[in-house]
Design a protein around this ligand. Sequence first.
Ligand code: GDP
Length: 139
Amino acid sequence: MSGKITFTMIKPDAVAKGHTGKIIDHVIQKGYKLVAMKYTRLSEEKAGEFYAIHRERPFFKDLIAFMTSGPIVAAVLEKENAVADYRNVIGATDPAKAEVGTIRNLYAKSIDANAVHGSDSDENAAIEAAFFFNGFERF
Ligand code: GDP
């Protein structure tokens, strides 16, 4: 059984299109409790730090340009088996390959503008949650 929290972002494309409320409701309906949430915008420096693991990838510049293009919603979600189950809730990175009914299937249009982020391990969930929230911002 993996850990109890995961970290998510509603990316600029989904926020701009007005999908924020529907995505938050979808996540709650899947059994997640919101333990922290913030509406904010990433600077280039912060986005680069968050996606540092992708720095050498050919799409890194596009990724940073996209992630800084508008406001995002960052949240920490709690549930048993949070990380693995949430990957199933959001679907494949490429929305064309995402299963029907997943968040990316419903709300994403392309592999870069893919509506949401979800942590890929318990370790990264803890790092990413701490990147956006301090201990006093979690309830
Ligand atoms: P995730 O864990 O499903 O978000 O996928 P990754 O960690 O592999 O990639 C991080 C993010 O980089 C993805 O969510 C996309 O927004 C973006 N990305 C991944 N692959 C590509 C690509 O081939 N082209 C572009 N432009 N962006 C990509």
